[in-house]
Design a protein around this ligand. Structure first.
Ligand code: BGC
Length: 246
């Protein structure tokens, strides 16, 4: 079965039909650059462009980099404030000519995909998926069930919003070495571990492709730490799963 998934990210808006039997993209994904500022109107236009590229007719799942409750976007840490309190599902349904749309948090989408098809497959207990990118997203699972809309990237750490110090953007903006950045990620994981005592951390986002550069540098964490397996496509796959009604 195929459903369309779109991932709205800080730098790109990417989508493809997803083969849900395999948990993988059914065709090569199409990507357009995220407009700046990332206003609802501008982003919705890009989502429509991505979906039109495949001439898709059917349900569409869309991730959003903020809190989403019942189709309404509630926060906007790395996108335009116009998203706060917006009925994003209605906006996107309209822009997609009435196709049924499901909207969910980007890290939650990546998390459900990892749990179904990737590094979290078959894992019980408490699993925390963290996406390291422009921000830090989180998806918390207990015995495979998601607690939606956790915002662990915004935990306060040494007086700072954690994602401003330990995201990939913080690494790039500060031109930090892998060693320096890994120390910050380690401090962050230790804090999350103190609060939740997870059995497993799954680290996702584009940087999971370079896991060998920093995962071996993370010390003193009790939980197992593994890189995400679906890497950059987890959001798209998870969005499609959500649109199927999971
Ligand atoms: C947002 C989260 C999002 C994460 C990754 C954070 O700034 O608050 O909702 O999941 O970035 O995009």
């Amino acid at each position: 079965m195929q459903i369309f998934g779109v991932d709205i990210g800080g730098s790109g808006i990417k989508g493809a039909p997803v083969d849900l039997d395999r948990g993988d993209l059914a065709q090569e994904r199409h990507k357009v650059l995220t407009p700046h500022p990332a206003t609802p109107d501008g982003v919705a236009g890009c989502v429509a462009e991505v979906v039109r590229h495949f001439d898709w007719q059917g349900p569409v799942g869309v991730t959003f980099p903020g809190v989403v409750t019942d189709g309404t976007t509630r926060s906007a840490a790395n996108v335009d404030d116009g998203w706060i309190g917006l009925d994003a599902r209605a906006l996107l349904t309209d822009r997609l000519g009435g196709l049924p749309v499901t909207v969910l948090n980007d890290a939650d989408a990546a998390g459900v995909a990892e749990m179904a098809y990737g590094a979290g497959r078959g894992r019980g207990g408490t699993v925390i998926v963290l996406t390291l990118g422009t921000g830090i997203g989180s998806a918390v699972f207990t015995d495979g069930r998601l607690v939606p809309n956790t915002e662990l990237g915004h935990l306060e750490l040494r007086g700072h919003d954690a994602e401003t110090k330990a995201s990939v953007k913080a690494k790039e903006d500060g031109d930090l070495s892998w060693e320096h950045w890994a120390k910050r990620v380690q401090r962050y994981l230790a804090h999350v571990e103190m609060l939740f005592s997870p059995d497993l951390f799954i680290l996702g986002g584009g940087v999971s492709r370079k896991a060998d550069r920093f995962v071996p540098l993370l010390h003193g964490i009790r939980a197992e730490i593994v890189p995400a397996r679906l890497q950059n496509n987890a959001g798209i796959v998870g969005a499609a799963m959500a649109a199927r009604g999971e």
